[in-house]
Ligand binder design. Structure first.
Ligand code: ADP
Ligand code: MG
Length: 724
């Protein structure tokens, strides 16, 4: 082990668990302590202001400036009382992560003192210097300004000494430059469409909400080791590193106890999150060494997503306190599992009915089947787009590999639901569907709907989009992603599908069909049409790839080409029709996707090139020199040095290859950089540059096996991956 490595590994071993003993309180004592929630609002706002704000939160009623002033004053007082002295509009730009620009509450007053100032105007809208956030050309074309505007549906909160106000981020001409704005639009779209359909079954339904329960996977590495891996620091993943002899084969990590240091990190993190109102519920080890997962209880999608964004920031902060670094990259280590972010999604009514879960009565179950079939149909129609929503340079390492969802979207339904749908599809004549006096749905073969769903525990870990009893679990989302991207697409495609479904059913009713009969007829056709998306088998198998292609599912694997789905005519029309994106927005966001893809690969290529030339080759040459010296001396003494010479030749072949490949990779970048258009560039980076990353790595990893361990400059996998 080199001296540097020894020191870092030694430091890592000596990092002890940090004591985070809770202040002798129960979570219920501090849950939401840093959130401007309803209890606090009641205390800090007068009744009129409070009522107006609740009306805005619940019904979207616009706020007057007077009321906004009242809210701002209350918020400021609460923030000051809780140690905050600054405030920020907190938003989610397309770069990923969150952005904030802090302003002080204090303003100089005319008499030379300072005033604590925070008006309704400052609460409601601001103009951050937005020119450096990606916008896919929108602001260049239209107007150089971007605005952040308060989202009252998500409560303000305090991080450190800053009051954070969740906001949307839009251009001067109103185009969304962030994730929250279109997410809110998609939530409205599904609300409108689903409420209409609900009214076939229950006239009292006025709203439908979309829900999200995310499960966040992540890796921890010791900070001192992380600090001497430039690849981890700059790209979030190891660009080289020979597999550890032991990694996850024994599955001992998944079932093992959580290491003490990690446990104290988790407890600290949970404490911080609970104070911020993030309802964390579960924590456990994941399959790979050093891999973990945490999940909250599900919430309405807008809030759940803000909470996930917030969590990712808090995790990073808390990890440092414990001498860890959190890796949210989808594939930080080759040869072991990567990290995803399962997004559990459902929709439910304001009357408290989960539309993706079986009900207690046959009528509720017809409603359930209606929504289920609509979701499946939507996923079938837009499977390529759904894949595009989770694709990225980093998630590409995970998808299609033998551990995570394949790069083909399909839905798993389980045997019970499959049977019900089969029966529905194949049931024939009118006598299969009858309605008794109370208008209760009956169908021969499926009268038993009310009771059969009780135990839907089929689990198929290989399915990217699985029905899990009362929700769908979208498993292809990447660990570093903003879930909004997937949720926007999912909400929108389901909204569109429900709208079309309603139109068809209404047309049949108008032609004289009974309502239930009409619903039933349309469902039957949809079940048949969407059959290809339904797959309960092993999504990792080679046969599935061939089968999926034969079924007409989107099997594209090139990330830049997958993004094309956003610009399909049907996609753009759908987004416009559902009021989620206009054409300019879709085009701009797709540009940003290509641009980001290129930049990520470009950075990886640069880092790998530097590391290869500055770290690896000099060390390999040094060792080679030592061997040469030895071989030369042995020859002098007449001792055969065949095996040493063999080794020298091997080292030489790898170092020569690395040099050649690094040169070629630079040339490939030069060619790609000269192309015009983000799409063309991204394709070139995918088809020409990215390939070198793997090739160069192969040679470096071979050298790692040969070169003297004492000389090797970077911490190895076995040192990075086993926290004590
Ligand atoms: P798993 O078995 O998939 O690991 P977990 O219990 O860890 O399941 O996580 C499931 C997630 O799904 C949790 O965040 C949970 O709150 C969420 N969830 C449960 N029911 C629903 C629902 N109806 N809609 C959305 N999310 C849900
Ligand atoms: Mg899950």
């Amino acid at each position: 082990m080199s001296l540097l490595r020894f020191k870092m590994v030694d430091a890592a071993i000596n990092h002890k668990a940090v004591d985070v003993t809770a202040p002798g309180k129960q979570p219920s004592d501090y849950f939401g302590a840093k959130v401007f929630g309803r209890g606090v609002m009641r205390k800090y706002l007068n009744k009129q202001t409070y009522d107006a704000l609740i009306d805005t939160m619940e019904n979207g009623t616009p706020l007057t400036l007077d009321i906004a002033d009242g809210i701002a004053a209350g918020m400021r007082r609460w923030a000051l009382d809780n140690g905050a002295d600054h405030y920020t509009h907190w938003f989610q730009p397309l770069t990923g992560g969150t952005a904030e620009k802090h302003d002080s509450f204090s303003e100089p007053d005319p008499d030379g003192g300072v005033l604590e100032e925070f008006s309704g105007k400052l609460l409601v809208q601001q103009e951050p210097d937005a020119s450096s956030f990606p916008n896919g050309g929108i602001r260049n074309t239209f107007e150089a300004r971007g605005y952040s505007a308060w989202d009252p549906a998500s409560p303000a909160f305090i991080v450190g000494t800053t009051l954070c106000i969740p906001t949307i981020f839009i251009s001067y001409t109103g185009e969304a430059l962030d994730y929250k704005m279109p997410l809110l639009r998609s939530i409205s779209a599904i609300d409108r469409a689903a409420t209409e359909v609900c009214r076939y079954f229950d006239k009292s339904v006025e709203r439908v909400f979309s829900y999200l329960g995310w499960e966040q996977e992540y890796f921890l590495v010791d900070e001192s080791l992380w600090a001497v891996r430039p690849d981890l620091m700059l790209t979030g993943r190891t660009l080289m590193g020979h597999e550890s002899a032991k990694n996850q084969q024994l599955e001992d990590h998944y079932f093992g106890a959580i290491p003490e240091r990690v446990m104290s990190f988790m407890r600290d993190l949970e404490y911080e999150c609970l104070m911020l109102g993030i309802p964390l519920k579960t924590r456990h080890n994941e399959v790979a060494p050093n891999q973990f997962e945490l999940a909250p209880v599900y919430e309405q999608t807008n809030l759940a997503n803000d909470h996930n964004q917030l969590l990712m920031t808090v995790m990073d902060k808390v990890a440092r306190r414990h001498n860890f670094r959190v890796l949210l990259h989808e594939k930080p280590f080759k040869g072991i599992n990567g990290s995803g972010k399962h997004c559990n999604w459902s929709i439910g009514t304001d009357t408290g009915v989960n539309l993706i879960g079986p009900g207690r009565t046959p009528a509720e179950n017809l409603q359930f089947i209606t929504f289920l079939v609509n979701v499946i149909s939507a996923v079938h129609r837009h499977n390529g787009l759904l894949k595009a929503s989770i694709m990225s340079a980093t998630n590409a390492h995970r998808l299609g590999a033998n551990e995570a969802p394949p790069a083909i979207i399909s839905t798993f339904l389980g045997s019970q639901i499959s049977t019900v749908l089969d029966k529905l599809e194949h049931s024939k004549s009118d006598d299969t569907i009858r309605f008794d006096a109370k208008n209760v749905f009956k169908m021969s073969g499926v009268q038993h709907i009310p009771s059969i769903f009780l135990d839907n525990t089929d689990r198929n870990r290989t399915s990217p989009f699985a029905f899990t009893g009362n929700r769908f679990e979208f498993r292809a989302v990447g660990s570093s992603d903003n879930c909004a991207e997937a949720m926007i697409v999912l909400n929108t495609i389901v909204a569109e599908q429900l709208t079309d479904f309603k139109r068809e059913v209404d047309a049949l009713i108008e032609s004289g069909k009974r309502k239930e009969r009409a619903i039933y007829e349309v469902l039957k056709r949809m079940i048949k049409q969407s059959r290809p998306i339904h797959f309960d088998g092993n999504g990792y198998s080679e046969e599935w790839k061939a089968e999926a292609a034969a079924r007409g599912l989107d099997c594209e694997t090139s990330t830049p080409l997958i993004f094309d789905r956003y610009l399909d005519k049907a996609t753009v029309e759908m987004f416009e029709r559902m009021g989620v994106y206009n054409r300019v927005e879709v085009e701009a966001r797709t540009e940003v996707k290509w641009e980001t893809y290129t930049k990520k690969i470009q950075i990886e290529a640069r880092v790998l090139g530097d590391l290869a030339m500055n770290h690896i080759l000099p060390i390999a040459s040094k060792y080679e020199g030592m061997l040469l010296d030895k071989a030369y001396k042995m020859k002098e003494l007449g001792i055969p040095a065949t095996s040493d010479i063999e080794l020298i030749k091997r080292i030489q072949s790898h170092t020569a290859a690395i040099q050649t490949l690094c040169g070629e990779m630079i040339d490939a970048r030069k060619v790609a950089n000269r192309l015009s258009g983000e799409r063309a560039k991204a394709i070139a980076y995918h088809d020409t540059v990215a390939l070198y990353l793997d090739d160069i790595r192969t040679h470096i990893d071979k050298l790692e096996e040969i070169v003297d361990d004492q000389l090797w400059p970077l911490p190895k996998y076995r040192e990075l991956l086993f926290l004590r």
